[in-house]
Design a protein around this ligand. Structure first.
Ligand SMILES: C[S@@+](CC[C@H](N)C(=O)[O-])C[C@H]1O[C@@H](n2cnc3c(N)ncnc32)[C@H](O)[C@@H]1O
Length: 225
């Protein structure tokens, strides 16, 4: 767990407050009306009253807060490893719970076949390997339960640098070794997988692909148990 906490902080540029602010302030934009339409029509397709819901890499609990209000008869769990997320949890409804655990190898006790929906939003690329998390998700979901993965996927170096380091000129004299190391390390971390790689891993863990949609640097994948 200590290793994972250090790894997450490094991935977040060593600045916990900034990372928390960036992800929490973009939540509303990323979960607009269109997103909720998709969620209700596609992810919740086989949801029944009382089925549980899990958010993997739940941050401060914004998504579990919304789900707990949308589905008051469901228990909604969020899982996150970072102190600087779970210790800043929203004040959650009674049917929501934010749990601290390492998704590299989840140990949280959730009953097999008890969930109808799981979300992993922007967390797969932060893990060294997501296989144990995918396998646990498969066990927790009921037959017909659905799993939505949203993440950053590979893009060319030029596009990545132009987006993330807008003021940086790669070969300029003033660009230091430290600047370059930072840029190239982040490039690798945010460019771990192609969409096909994530789909391959999900299928290896037993899931059936329902749909995939790529928009710019992001992919949204929906699979079913
Ligand atoms: C980019 S944030 C996304 C937060 C939220 N899903 C959202 O979309 O707003 C990724 C989250 O995954 C968590 N995370 C990264 N690696 C993890 C691990 N190994 N175990 C548990 N949580 C992890 C981070 O602490 C962070 O809160």
């Amino acid at each position: 767990m200590q290793k994972t906490k250090a790894q997450i902080l490094k991935h977040h540029g060593g600045n916990a407050e900034h990372a928390r602010k960036m992800i929490t302030t973009s939540y509303g934009r990323r979960h607009d009306e269109k997103f909720w339409q998709f969620w209700q029509q596609k992810v919740a397709k086989n949801h029944q009253e009382g089925d549980g819901i899990v958010d993997l890499g739940a941050g401060i609990g914004q998504f579990i807060n919304d789900c707990a209000n949308h589905y008051p008869s469901s228990l909604v769990y969020g899982i996150d490893a970072a102190d600087y997320m779970v210790q800043h949890s929203l004040d959650l409804p009674n049917n929501a719970k934010l749990i601290q655990d390492d998704l590299h190898n989840p140990t949280v006790e959730i009953k097999d076949n008890s969930l109808s929906m799981v979300m992993a939003n922007m967390v797969v690329h932060e893990l060294t390997q997501p296989i144990k998390m995918f396998k646990a998700t498969y066990s927790w979901l009921k037959k017909g339960g659905r799993f939505c993965v949203i993440d950053l996927v590979r893009q060319p170096l030029e596009e990545y640098l132009a987006y993330k380091y807008q003021q940086t000129s790669l070969a300029a004299e003033q660009t230091s070794v430290a600047d370059l190391e930072d840029a190239f390390e982040h490039f690798l971390e945010h460019n771990r997988y192609h969409g096909e790689d994530i789909i391959y891993m999900l299928k290896e863990c037993g899931f059936k692909l329902i749909e995939q949609k790529k928009t710019g640097r992001f992919i949204r994948i929906l699979v079913e148990k």
